[in-house]
Design a protein around this ligand. Sequence first.
Ligand SMILES: Cc1ncc(C[n+]2csc(CCOP(=O)(O)OP(=O)(O)O)c2C)c(N)n1
Ligand SMILES: [Mg+2]
Length: 1024
Amino acid sequence: MAWWIRAGSNITKLAIKRRTISQSIPYAIRKTISSPQNQYFHSSTFKSSPPVPRSVPLSRLTDSFLDGTSSVYLEELQRAWEEDPNSVDESWDNFFRNFVGQAPTSPGISGQTIQESMRLLLLVRSYQVNGHMKAKLDPLNLENREIPEDLELALYGFDEADLDREFFLGVWRMSGFLSENRPVQTLRTILTRLEQAYCGNIGYEYMHIADRDKCNWLREKIETPVPTHYNRDRRLVMLDRLIWSSQFENFLATKWTAAKRFGLEGGETLIPGMKELIDRSADLGVESIVIGMPHRGRLNVLGNVVRKPLRQIFSEFSSGTKPVDEIGLYTGTGDVKYHLGTSYDRATRGGKRIHLSLVANPSHLEAVDPVVIGKTRAKQYYSNDLDRTKNMGILLHGDGSFAGQGVVYETLHLSGLPNYTTGGTIHIVVNNQVAFTTDPRSGRSSQYCTDVAKALDAPIFHVNGDDLEAVVHVCELAAEWRQVFHCDVVVDIVCYRRFGHNEIDEPSFTQPKMYKVIRNHESALDIYQKKLLESSEIANEDIDRIHKKISAILNEEFIASKDYVPKKRDWLSAYWSGFKSPEQLSRIRNTGVKPDILKNVGKAITTLPENFNAHRAINKIFKDRSQMIENEEGIDWAVAEALAFATLLVEGNHVRLSGQDVERGTFSHRHAVVHDQETGEKYCPLDHVTMNQNEEMFTVSNSSLSEFAVLGFELGYSMENPNALVIWEAQFGDFANGAQVIFDQFYSSGEAKWLRQTGLVVLLPHGYDGQGPEHSSARLERYLQMSDDHPYVIPEMDPTLRKQIQECNWQIVNVTTPANYFHVLRRQLHREFRKPLIVMAPKNLLRHKECKSNLSEFDDNKGHPGFDKQGTKFKRLIKDKNNHSDLEEGIRRLVLCSGKIYYELDEERNKVDGDGKELAICRVEQLSPFPYDVIQRELNRYPNAEIVWCQEEPMNMGAYSYVAPRLWTAMRDIGRGEMEDIKYVGRGPSAATATGFYQVHVKEQTGLIQNALKPDPISTNIMC
Ligand SMILES: Cc1ncc(C[n+]2csc(CCOP(=O)(O)OP(=O)(O)O)c2C)c(N)n1
Ligand SMILES: [Mg+2]
């Protein structure tokens, strides 16, 4: 521990001791130290001996004001002094010298004076650290906060009589009160400004930030010589905006008395605050803002901030959001009005235009956070916003959800990561001090609902929501902070909720006392109007004029809303023009690539630079890879993936792969980034596929250890521009359940609810190889259950008319060859629509000797097994390997399966039916939407075969319950049998996904494989 901590503590003890003494013997000590000479500090004018250093036992070092932040400060001083004793004030020079036993430079300095300065300094620090505890944040004044002792003068040995004495505060290279231009001040001046700055209607929390420049910047803004004053023009604008905010809610309340709108009443100052924040951001260079927010005040933000036409909002209130009379136009399922998103260009106060988009969100609080951040990051990429000053994210939160939802923390932690940062998000908490019916006391363990942001070094500005100008002030400050420091900041608007959680709720059931106060509490608008009238700057007529103007517009818009005809779907942003909605047929394209391109990119992705000292094993891998390309055979999974990425890059697309440990690959198979063993330098072959390739065009990035936030981020990223292959890979498929909200609320249903497409790919490692219950299953069944393709109706399957995929919510594949993986990835971009793709990714197939493809299967030349009428493309079903003819009457069993179990079945078949005369095995590569046409083709090929569905997952898991009704539908349609003709061979129903005992696993696995291929007919389902 630094010696000065002991010193500081010593002084604290002195201060405490002195206070105790002064209580019994008034002023006894003060008299000694406040001799007339030291009212003005001049180091040369008085002489006394320096204080004798005294050590304090460690056990007594518990003073609160020598906590982390004070210590950091003093440590800084010590460091500065050690480097250059002249860099600190002479008094401190002497102070430090005393403690290290050196002779002071100026023997005339009073130790007592030094102590006074130090105590004062500690007082200032205490205000900086804890002043917010005394700030008047609660408009209802119900808050019962204890004011910390370290904000009391007495603790530092001062009292009333000292107020008009001048003190020396030091001349540290410090902003605000401790700046060089005001070293000598009276205690009263210091205290008054400390109280004004830190204990008014704004509570600043920033002393947890370790960066000195950032703290100084804030001190400069906070510790101003006089409080901020807005001129009449600014005040009129603020007033106008507050009236808009207040009248908007009143208007909705009177027109739709029983509708739920999650009104903003009690927190109306949010709207002028946000508008000022946006104006200020635009002044500072921001051109586009992505906003994410919950239900509270959403309509108000949509109408007044984003400027969605009021007539449209009103029309949606009256008739819902589904457009009528638009036959054939895809409308999806729609969503309730307070979840919808929109985007508009808005004029700002400074005469600029700024693009605002409010992202649609589900009811799940905070789930939209990472989506907004991902979208913002994508905007930065596509607009070449290298310093991230043109595109910014704003997230609004409720107090309950900000403190309670883990995704908040997960999202905050993306903020500083190189491949996820957006250069700072502005968070605004509409802190109405209640969450539905829950009081903060029951809702969180931390003092503030914003404490989670302290982990990030984000400054937090708490503000009394009744004080419009204070709200505006901190909103502007937040905008400035973000543009200067490019990191997150939090504005906590402490307000209240005038009505219940929604308009039909009764809040007094649960918060009777609070609501008694609220009933008699003046609105923020009344308070502000009064304040302006009192200042005589604005007259009653001015206020009336604004009210009348706004109410006239609201009424006009209401009348216009009656004839409002919803426009054609406005779901395609500029980048998406030409993309097709589900009802517009998109041609099926092939995805093969010219052989010379394959060879060229193949070389780029398998070559490491000369003089690069890769690990020996990596060198071998790259050598093998280069052989694969050269010999045009034996292409493995990793090379196939890299070929897909490389060919997409050559075609000008952006490729981004993120997830835990994806650079190397969880199974040490990808090696997308290679590390020089001597220099530690990294090399990413896929960054060198085209000439002068933009560094970010191919991005592969290890992510933070979060599923929810990272998947949400990639989802948001993928929605910005369709010409990108964006992939999230789970470490093991089972971990994806940590991101379940994103799957349920966004990924599977976003297009249906909000008409927003995404081509995001999710890779979920899946497969039973004896690793136990947690690392075997990616829970295929869950995704299949959420697929919306009809189990009993076969859609149009003609290749020229087929829209099956377009009409479904997503695609789920369980691919078994490297070439098919290559094509399914490329297919994502080679079509005129975008659709989510979930891939059950392999584990042991990554190195399986049979799981290899020839380079010809990737190319577009005729004559290889992947080539058909359309050219080379993804195969939804892989036929039996024995090249059977169109009719094989001798085959007695058709085993249908999916995924890596195929290779085990095939191995067994080689033993029991080497020439493939009796058994046929087909792989269903695309499970959803179900490939009815090719399934029927295979059923017709083997008219006498028993039909078996074989899977390695337990019966209640895997694809069985999804496949069974669809297979039946396919069979029935061609008179090929009924449900009971489908025989199941696999594991029995189970609670756990897999056994934890390896021996049991082996027994089950061999059992199911042997049973699926056994010589006797299969008369009943077999469970192993
Ligand atoms: C993840 C999630 N859990 C629960 C809910 C149900 N819910 C809706 S609003 C609400 C209270 C939110 O409180 P707060 O964040 O303070 O916002 P406020 O409504 O007070 O503005 C709850 C629990 C939800 N929407 N999302
Ligand atoms: Mg709340």
